[in-house]
Ligand binder design. Structure first.
Ligand SMILES: [Zn+2]
Length: 242
């Protein structure tokens, strides 16, 4: 194999490891996003439960208020009944009786309302139970997910560590002048700073056409930076394929 081709293969190897690192990073990021989403569902279920509990409290409070109101009305009627036995005139007696009758009617209405309020509060308990179940379910899912995520993340992190070792070795295999250019390209452009020549003569990053002479030089083992984007180029294996 010519020196030029060896260099191109060394660069291709570096590129392969860089791509693998990017893929691993993306997988890890996806995993984290999914994990966060599962945790968020727990928060949402808890917020829903809080809301339902607040509504239930309001209903219970309303029912208690009605009960108090009813007790007060009942006491008022009893007071009037006592007054009735002490009525001095027939007119006073009649007036009290009418008042008691009106109060009784009002009190019946109040009793109905109280029963309704208590029933509403009790029925709402079902929604509280359902909301609590949702929280438990979400927590369980998040917990299971967290465990499997941690396991997968560990594998990805181990793979990443290995690829980083491989990358270091691959970079060490580059001739000195290539290494300097490589370091600079990565420093300026990140992991994507090394790109293959595509379609038999175009920059794999910005797609600018590479003058044929430089493609020939690359094949001979001379480094070449894209004149437009400044990325370091290499000739990949499939360049030779028809
Ligand atoms: Zn370019």
């Amino acid at each position: 194999m010519s020196d030029g081709k060896k260099i191109q293969q060394a660069l291709q190897n570096v590129h392969l490891n860089l791509s693998m690192l990017t893929t691993l990073d993306e997988r890890l990021a996806r995993l984290r996003r999914r994990r966060e989403a599962a945790a968020k569902k727990v928060d949402q279920a808890k917020a829903q439960l809080d809301q339902v509990l607040a509504e239930k409290n309001a209903l219970t409070l309303a029912a208690r208020e009605k009960e108090k109101e009813m007790a007060a009305a009942e006491a008022a009627i009893n007071r009037r009944k006592e007054q009735l036995s002490e009525a001095k005139t027939n007119k006073e007696f009649q007036s009290l009786k009418e008042q008691i009758s009106l109060d009784q009617e009002k009190n019946n209405q109040l009793a109905d309302e109280t029963i309704e309020a208590i029933a509403a509060a009790e029925e709402f308990e079902e929604q509280v139970t359902a909301a609590k179940e949702e929280v438990t379910k979400a927590e369980k899912t998040a917990e299971t997910f967290r465990a499997s995520c941690d396991e997968e993340a560990k594998v990805i992190e181990d793979d990443t560590a290995q690829v980083q070792i491989d990358l270091k070795k691959a970079v060490e295999n580059l001739p000195g002048d290539f290494r300097t250019l490589y370091d600079r390209a990565i420093e300026y452009h990140g992991r994507g700073g090394l790109v293959p020549v595509i379609d038999r003569g175009y920059c794999g990053h910005c797609r600018r056409e590479i003058p044929p002479q430089f493609v020939v030089n690359l094949l001979k083992g001379e480094p070449y930076l894209c004149q437009t984007c400044g990325y370091l180029l290499f000739i990949p294996d499939d360049f030779y394929k028809p």
